[in-house]
Design a protein around this ligand. Sequence first.
Ligand SMILES: Nc1ncnc2c1ncn2[C@@H]1O[C@H](COP(=O)(O)OP(=O)(O)OP(=O)(O)O)[C@@H](O)[C@H]1O
Ligand SMILES: [Mg+2]
Length: 180
Amino acid sequence: MTTALSCTRITKSLGSKPVLKALDLDVAPSEVVWLLWASGSGKTTLLRLIAGLMRPDAGRILLDGRGIWSPLWCPPERRRIGMVFRDCALWPSMTVEGNLAFGLRAQKLAAAEARARRDHALEVARPALMLFNEPVSNLAAALCEDLRTEMMDLVRHGGSPLPTSPTTWPRRWPCRTVSP
Ligand SMILES: Nc1ncnc2c1ncn2[C@@H]1O[C@H](COP(=O)(O)OP(=O)(O)OP(=O)(O)O)[C@@H](O)[C@H]1O
Ligand SMILES: [Mg+2]
């Protein structure tokens, strides 16, 4: 079976510090895999490598059986990977549409142009893989439940979420956990 994500012998140093050493990780289609690694062990680094925000020193990354790193480099915007950062620079009181429109308004675009760009952004295909960097660390319990609903909806539509947290995860969530 083709895996949604396959990381093989991923190695990365930051400065002089070896962070990831020949790491292997496979995620099956529609599988939720929760990375439970201690603080400072390289969770964010791994997500950034998968998303294409930095390059591994060695190893291979396949998405849906297709190489996105080594020997080929696939740029982040063509990987169909979504990433939710730990420090969300979003307005929680606004809808997705409101958040998108805010940035467009700041550019002082004509209304029709801003609408067209917003609609284009909203139409972008669902990602094949979603990376969540510590998604529940700053969330109230009620919002956690909303997030779980969204994540399972993503799974039903064929995506594979890959969340991280240092030591715990919401135990009612159906997922496979991976420890170092
Ligand atoms: N630019 C950098 N230069 C040198 N070392 C770095 C750099 N960025 C991160 N590190 C170190 O690399 C290690 C892994 O960092 P990373 O942020 O991936 O860990 P993490 O598991 O996400 O940690 P946390 O749970 O605190 O978010 C840490 O020890 C960190 O101090
Ligand atoms: Mg981190």
